[in-house]
Design a protein around this ligand. Structure first.
Ligand SMILES: Nc1nc2c(c(=O)[nH]1)N[C@H]1C(S)=C(S)[C@@H](COP(=O)(O)O)O[C@H]1N2
Ligand SMILES: [Mo]
Length: 438
């Protein structure tokens, strides 16, 4: 049974546990072990089927091999360990703690990257996995199957591209609608940690579309995940899927199979996910299973009822959200204690979905009366982030507020407040970060 909750909270722990128990029962391996092996690229023949031990050799091996220690079954919807000093947990989601970021390099290591799951990380056998493309936007070739299929090996043989980009949830910063603007928004109450930058390697979606026989008449593609159907408010919404206009699909969308130089980990979409640079996270469908290509507009709950601006002063027909907004964050604990009269190096990162690198970051310690310009550190590509720093010497003991304000080269700048929307998407206003001077 799946508990029906809001879009950001649908939960499928019981199902994940059942799956774990079934794998243990049938194959004597825990789900966690299976996923680890899969992530490490170990070929697992039909690991989810009943015939994993079907060959005589495999059975003989299994009979003589020492019984594996019984590691704990996956406890919940996320597979990787989630130490509290790295993550804040929200049911199926894990937020990266910004105070755990100092000392990390430009890219966030996979084990430290935030996770946003509508249900639960699925176990996928890379050996039998196929990406299927079909639909009215593909050429019908006589004598050819109507579905174009690609194995992981097929994708790996194709020309690859590497792209450093952020993945950021549309709801990142949502809690500030309540705490800064007094208008709470429904959904996971993230601070600023539903974002991460990684180096993604894979095949351009354009390349796969071409090989599948893309027609010039195609207007939308709809990538779909292999994770469990999402049940929300008692309704079965089906698999997570969201239409992407063909222009963006052909521009820079990537079918990624590597994250920071290693195979994608289970929680981040193994064996392959979409990366849609600059766009809200839900566009970057994980655990890709199929892509419909259509010569007419496509719809799913993820571009109709969700991930559009509703409520507040928004018109009823606001379009589906595409690009992320602009933000900056301090690499400091919330309510950090900082020493008086001593120089502290304030560090942070800033990023924009506006299609241009960050041009400037300014910091204020007096409620926004005066702003000082931070130093930007290389690299600073667009659709990723820039690290920045600024020395600060607090004078008076007591409560203080730090604010960072980013501007990109297109002129997008963080305002003091943003218009409310009921689901709390795209909080791009300057965040007031509380610190205590001791
Ligand atoms: N199949 C599938 N893809 C998905 C999701 C999901 O639940 N299922 N969540 C989306 C959302 S809302 C976000 S913000 C990103 C999060 O990516 P991450 O978990 O790798 O950080 O994945 C997106 N892709
Ligand atoms: Mo998201």
């Amino acid at each position: 049974m799946t508990r029906g909750t809001t879009d950001e909270q649908s939960y499928d722990a019981e199902r994940a546990e059942q799956l774990g128990r079934r794998l243990e029962r049938e194959h004597g391996i825990s789900r966690r072990t299976l996923l680890r092996a899969a992530a490490a690229g170990v070929p697992l023949l039909t690991a989810l089927g009943r015939d994993a031990l079907a060959t005589p050799q495999a059975r003989a091996q299994a009979a003589t091999a020492p019984a594996p220690p019984a590691p704990p079954a996956a406890a919940g919807p996320i597979v990787k360990p989630l130490p509290p000093e790295w993550f804040d947990l929200f049911t199926t989601n894990a937020e990266m703690r910004w105070d755990a970021v100092p000392g990390l390099g430009y890219e966030i290591p996979a084990e430290r990257f935030f996770v946003r799951n509508h249900t639960a990380t699925p176990a996928i056998d890379p050996a039998t996995w196929r990406l299927r493309l079909f639909g009215s936007g593909l050429r019908r070739r006589p004598g050819q199957p109507e579905v174009a299929e690609f194995s992981l090996a097929d994708l790996r043989r194709m020309p690859s591209r590497t792209r450093t980009a952020f993945v950021e949830c549309a709801g990142n910063g949502r809690s500030f609608y309540a705490s800064q603007q007094g208008t709470p928004a429904a959904g996971t109450q993230w601070r600023l940690g539903a974002v991460g930058v990684a180096r993604w390697r894979g095949v351009p979606l354009a390349e796969v579309l071409e090989r599948a026989g893309l027609e010039r008449s195609a207007v939308d593609v709809m990538p779909q995940g292999l994770d469990a159907n999402v049940i929300s408010g008692g309704a079965d919404l089906g698999h997570v899927r969201r239409p992407l206009p063909i222009a963006k699909a052909l521009d820079d969308a990537l079918i990624a199979y590597e994250m920071n130089g290693a195979p994608l980990p289970p929680d981040h979409g193994f064996p392959a996910r979409l990366i849609v640079p600059g766009w809200i996270g839900v566009a970057s469908i994980k655990w890709l299973g199929q892509i419909e290509v259509a010569d007419e507009p496509l719809f799913s709950p993820w571009n109709t009822t969700q991930y559009r601006m509703i409520g507040g002063d928004w018109p009823a027909d606001a379009p589906p959200l595409t690009r992320q907004t602009i933000k900056s964050a301090f690499e400091l604990p919330w309510n950090a204690q900082l020493p008086r009269h001593r120089r502290t190096l304030l560090e942070g990162r800033a990023w924009s979905g506006g299609g241009a690198p960050i041009a400037a970051v300014e910091v204020s310690d007096d409620g926004g009366a005066r702003w000082r310009r931070a130093r930007l550190h290389h690299p600073n590509p667009s659709e990723a982030w820039v690290r920045w720093s600024l020395p600060w010497r607090p004078r008076a003991a007591g409560q203080a507020t730090l604010q960072a304000r980013a501007r990109d080269w297109r002129g997008n700048v963080q305002p003091a407040t943003v218009p409310f929307n009921s689901n709390g998407y795209l909080f791009g206003a300057v965040v007031r970060h509380p610190v205590t001077i001791v």
